[in-house]
Design a protein around this ligand. Sequence first.
Ligand code: AMP
Length: 295
Amino acid sequence: MAIQLVTTAAQLRAESARLLTEKRGTSQGLVPTMGALHEGHARLARTAVEQNDVVVASIFVNPLQFGEAVDLERYPRTLDADLALLDAQGVDLVFAPPVEEVYPGGEPMVRITSGALADKWEGASRPGHFDGALTVVAKLLHYGLPSAGEAAYRAYFGQKDAQQLTLVRRMVADLNFPVEVVAVPIVRSEDGLALSSRNRFLSAAEREAALVLSRALRLVEERANAHEPLDLDSARALVESQPLVALDYFEVVDPRTLEPLAENCRETPFRGEGLVLIAAKVGPVRLIDNVPLDS
Ligand code: AMP
C-alpha cells in the first residue's frame, strides 16, 4: 500500500508538506469522513485525486455530533478496509486521529453556532447535531490546510448530506475559510438506494422497503422534468403506504435557504431550482436522501 496513515496533527502537517514538496504540487484536497467507507466516499476521494496533487482523507467519528451515546458506540469502524478503499482511489494520506488528539481538553468550550439553517429538517430531529458537525469540519479544514500558502485548497463533501453541505458552504463564506468547497453527487446502488454507512443496519426486508425513498424522489424529479405539478402529497402517500417506513419529512426547498417552496409545487408546474429532501426511519435506521431540481 502506498497510502500513509497518520494519527496526529503534527504528523499530518509534516507528511502533507513533504508530499507537496516532493510532488512539486500546487494543490491539496481534503476528504472528511467518519469511516465505514463505501462507493460514495470513493467517489469523493477519486474526484479529489483528479483535481489535486496531494489528497488527504480524514476518518474521525466525531462524538460532538451524536445525540445518543449508543448511536456513537454503534457507529461502524472498519479502518483496514477503509485504508484499502482510499489507497485504491489514489489518496496519499489518511488522518485518523484518536478523540484525545482532536479534543485534548475534553469537549471544546468554544464552538461553531450553525444558526437558523440548522434548526430545520435534520436539525429539528437532531438538536445540536450541526453545531457539532460544523465544529469538527472547522477543525478538519484547519488540519488539512496546505503548508505552502500559495497552494490551492479544496474540500470535498457529498450532496447526500445536503443540509450539511449548505451549512459548510455558509460557514466557509461567513467565516472566510481559505478553501474551495466541492460538492459531489450522490452515489446510489443499482436499485436506487443512496449508499450510506448506516445501510448495513437494515434487514433484507427493511432494505427493500427503503427503496420507496428514492422511488418517491424520482417520481417528483420526473414530474419536474415533464413540467407537471409536483404533487408532493401523492409522493408522500407512496412513502407512507410502506409499513416499515416512518416518514419524517418530504419537502421541496430552496437549495440555499432550505425554506420550503410549497407554493411553487402544488397545482402549477415547477419552475426554477429546488431540492427535494426526504428523511424517514426504516426499522431502526434513520435514512436521508435528496434530489436537485432545475427546470
Ligand atoms: P460520512 O462518513 O457519512 O460522514 O460521510 C462523509 C462524506 O461522504 C460526506 O461529505 C457525505 O456527504 C459523503 N457521502 C456519504 N454517502 C454518500 C453517497 N452515497 N454519495 C456521495 N457522497 C456521500
